[in-house]
Design a protein around this ligand. Structure first.
Ligand code: GDP
Length: 472
């Protein structure tokens, strides 16, 4: 309605323009920036954004090169179930309790920092598995610098291992393989390396460029070496942050604690957080009353790559929410309120993620370069056949990428990967699991299932030619 007034057109015209673009909207609905532009173009108007939104006020200032100092890498551990993710995280945590520190680890706070003997630091996100990793990424938070993928040497490269690799690759995050359980008599690390090499993942001691380390999360063998390799790999990334400004970062997890109120674990990514700072995280705000490390020790300040749990927010923000520090308490509260309002209004949301129809439309508009696909099938043969055919559809203008492929039902993790990477999911003779369907509805991820290869290829081709008829 506001747009209609500005362009002096009847509201119904705007609504039908939106419908032509495949969006069912109501008069009071907010349109996102991209949609606004397209709709306005339909009426020969150009949209200029002049920063009326309060959100604009938290635009970040570019850091000066000389203010940037090295920061510790932030690591996520992923891998197949039972291959030893939790054991590795536990071992690292216990082995690196700083001498003289009392008590040891008392609570799980979703993230922790370790200091190695030589003083180097690493921050671990203690949310093993790619679900948390990708759920955060789906919310726009790229926190992890580097991924450790644990593979049990007495087992094989399993479906979840492959998934973890796809998730890390889709996020463009370097991988270090931890080949675990080498204390077991039937451990066969070479078998794992062979399987990896057949997936085009060549580890360093086999002449490739991917770091790997044989470890035992039970005895601790190889873990120091693993951490050294992680640091080495991190060095290449030249991770830096400016510690000397108001803190910014991401929420790792949050909950309501009976005695203490809302406790949020956050990861400071740049700047330094201090007690008394006024914080805005997602839809919540509040003054930092106290900060604790993972051992429950009080801390006064938290610099870049430091996880802390904090008290003082007026609610529980979501994992993946960004946080900022505000000089002006009123402004932070205003933005928090605005965000809550926006979220309510957008509960009838406009399309966020991609559907095959949307791809056709955007290709027709000429603003589309890559088509990301997650492919699941009933047997390896059909998955490979479809991969080949899909990739052959790539043209000079549009690159078809198979982000992940595998045998088996479409899982929640596939949907999260699709949501985080703007991909569509194609199932061949497989269906989504029921929870995958729920998440797909929520994240608005397009899942297409086929039982005839020819149909799948044709649909994709039609979409790429911008002439797909909507799925009934
Ligand atoms: P996760 O599901 O990947 O978190 O795996 P866990 O850390 O829970 O480990 C699964 C099982 O493997 C547990 O029974 C662990 O005790 C065992 N395990 C993990 N690492 C090792 C290891 O290095 N050696 C041996 N022998 N057992 C291990």
């Amino acid at each position: 309605s506001e747009v209609a007034t500005m362009m002096d057109k009847p509201v119904t015209d705007i609504i039908s323009a939106c419908m032509m673009l495949g969006m069912m909207v109501t008069m009071n609905q907010r349109l996102d920036a991209e949609t606004l532009k397209i709709v306005a173009e339909e009426f020969n108007y150009t949209v200029e954004f002049v920063g009326a939104e309060v959100e604009e006020s938290i635009e970040e200032v570019e850091d000066k090169e000389e203010d940037l100092l090295p920061r510790a890498p932030i690591i996520t551990v992923m891998g197949h179930v039972d291959h030893g993710k939790t054991s590795l995280l536990d071992y690292v945590r216990k082995a690196n309790v700083i001498a003289g520190e009392s008590g040891g680890i008392t609570q799980h706070i979703g993230a922790y920092g370790v200091t190695l003997e030589d003083g180097q630091k690493i921050a671990f996100l203690d949310t093993p598995g790619h679900e948390a990793f990708t759920a955060m990424r789906a919310r726009g938070a790229q926190v992890t610098d580097l991924v450790i993928i644990v593979i049990a040497a007495d087992d094989d490269v399993m479906p979840q291992t492959k998934e973890a690799i796809s998730h890390a690759q889709a996020a463009n995050v370097p991988i270090v393989f931890a080949i675990n359980k080498v204390d077991k008599p039937n451990a066969n690390p070479d078998n794992i390396k062979t399987q990896l090499s057949s997936m085009n993942l060549l580890v360093e001691d086999w002449g490739g460029n991917i770091q790997s380390q044989e470890i035992s999360a039970k005895t601790g063998q190889g873990i120091d070496e693993l951490l050294e390799k992680v640091l080495l790999e991190a060095e290449v990334l030249e991770l830096k942050a400016n510690p000397d400004k108001n803190a910014v970062g991401t929420v790792v997890e949050a909950q309501l604690d009976k005695g203490r109120g809302y406790v949020s674990t956050i990861l400071v990514q740049a700047g330094t957080l201090k007690i008394g700072d006024y914080l805005l995280a997602g839809k919540h705000s509040g003054k930092v009353r106290a900060m604790f490390d993972e051992r429950g020790n009080k801390v006064q300040v938290a610099g870049p790559s430091t996880p802390v749990s904090i008290l003082g927010l007026d609610g529980a923000p979501q994992a993946g929410d960004k946080f900022n520090v505000f000089e002006d308490e009123r402004e932070a509260k205003q933005i928090a309120a605005k965000r809550s309002q926006l979220q309510r209004e957008q509960s009838v949301r406009t399309q966020k993620t991609l559907t095959l129809d949307e791809i056709g439309r955007r290709i027709a508009l000429g603003d589309f370069k890559e088509l990301n696909i997650i492919l699941k099938g009933d047997v390896d043969g059909s998955v490979e056949a479809l991969t080949d055919s899909f990739q052959k559809l790539s043209t000079e203008e549009i690159q078809v990428n198979i982000l992940h492929k595998g045998v088996g039902a479409i899982t929640e993790s596939d949907v999260l990967l699709a949501s985080a990477s703007d991909a569509i999911i194609i199932g061949f003779n497989v269906r989504p699991q029921s929870n995958a369907r729920v998440v797909a509805d929520r994240e608005e991820v397009d899942i297409r299932t086929y039982s005839i290869i020819y149909d799948a290829i044709n649909d994709l081709k039609d979409a790429m030619e911008g002439m797909l008829s909507p799925e009934m």
